[in-house]
Design a protein around this ligand. Structure first.
Ligand code: SPV
Ligand code: MG
Length: 291
């Protein structure tokens, strides 16, 4: 077991000005993300939870999320950055999580400094309780000490700004996590204006690169983020899920309204497109060759 994709991800991180990934809820979405030319798939806790019609609040189990990520990883050639939420417990849980992720060939993992069970970050009035920073640093250290491939990337995410604890606390936590061995620091914000993220990035003096998820502050496009100079990973976390939900609702309403599928036929993906995403050509070739 060499976890080659961990090395692919680390090399991308080291060689590019920045890399971009997109959030997926399942293997099919992961495949579309790979084909669209993105560098990696974000196995999103929010999107996987939503795919079960459940809140992103530590309801599904560790194994459940890992199995979804494994299916994504098997479906694509690009690496997976696994959203490990809180690590589903303490540092002991993180040690097991790190082991099974690497065994599944997952390239990278992100852990956030919320208390288990977590609540989702962008919910207005969400329950944002943070773990003691030293305790969280222990989780990061546990992951780094456990990984077998030295290139396996561990991202430490601080929710200090999400919890309204201010810049000083965010920098203090991020610094501690970088010292504990994190390969990247993910700073999250629910502010509609990018100001608090820009302030954090400008105050960040460590060489450990930053990760941004510009869901709440979409005005911060790649050129502007690159110009900030310290961000190496950009994640578009949930736009594919939201696009699918909108399109599905529209088509359902039209079928119901027009009492048939004639009206929607030209507005949806063709069956050939779905066959292609299922790699039907490869299967047919195998049939010809071996059956
Ligand atoms: C996710 O996609 O699961 C994330 C990003 O962690 S967010 O939902 O903004 O917290
Ligand atoms: Mg998440």
């Amino acid at each position: 077991m060499t976890n080659e994709k961990a090395t692919v991800f680390k090399n991308l991180l080291l060689s590019r000005p920045y890399i971009t990934g997109v959030g997926a809820r399942d293997a099919l979405e992961a495949k579309m993300i790979g084909r669209a030319g993105f560098d990696f798939v974000w196995a999103s806790g929010f999107c996987v939870s939503a795919s079960y019609g459940l809140p992103d609040a530590s309801i599904l189990s560790m194994k459940h999320f890992v199995e979804e990520a494994r299916a994504m990883n098997e479906a694509v050639t690009i690496p997976i950055l696994f959203d490990g939420d809180t690590g589903y417990g303490n540092a002991v849980n993180v040690i097991y999580l790190t082991r099974i992720l690497e065994e599944a060939g997952i390239a990278a993992m992100c852990l956030e400094d919320k208390r288990f069970p977590k609540d989702t970050s962008l919910l207005a009035g969400g329950r944002q309780e943070l773990l003691d920073p030293t305790e969280f640093a222990g989780k990061i250290k546990a992951a780094k000490d456990t990984q077998k491939n030295e290139d396996f990337t561990v991202v430490a995410r601080t929710e200090a700004l999400i919890a309204g604890m201010g810049q000083e606390e965010a920098i203090k936590r991020a610094t501690l996590y970088a010292e504990a061995g994190a390969d990247c620091i993910f700073i999250h914000s629910k502010s509609k204006a990018p100001d608090e993220i820009i302030e954090f990035v400008n105050s960040w003096k460590s060489p450990v690169p930053l990760v941004l998820v510009p869901t709440s502050y979409p005005d911060l496009t790649e050129d502007k983020i690159e110009a900030l100079g310290k961000v190496k990973v950009i994640i578009y976390a949930n736009q594919v899920l939201r696009a699918a939900v909108k399109a599905s609702q529209e088509v359902l309403a039209e079928i119901k309204r027009s009492k048939g599928v004639k009206k929607v036929e030209d507005t949806i993906a063709s069956l050939d497109e779905i066959f292609d995403l299922q790699d039907i050509k490869q299967m047919k070739e195998n049939e010809r060759k071996y059956t």
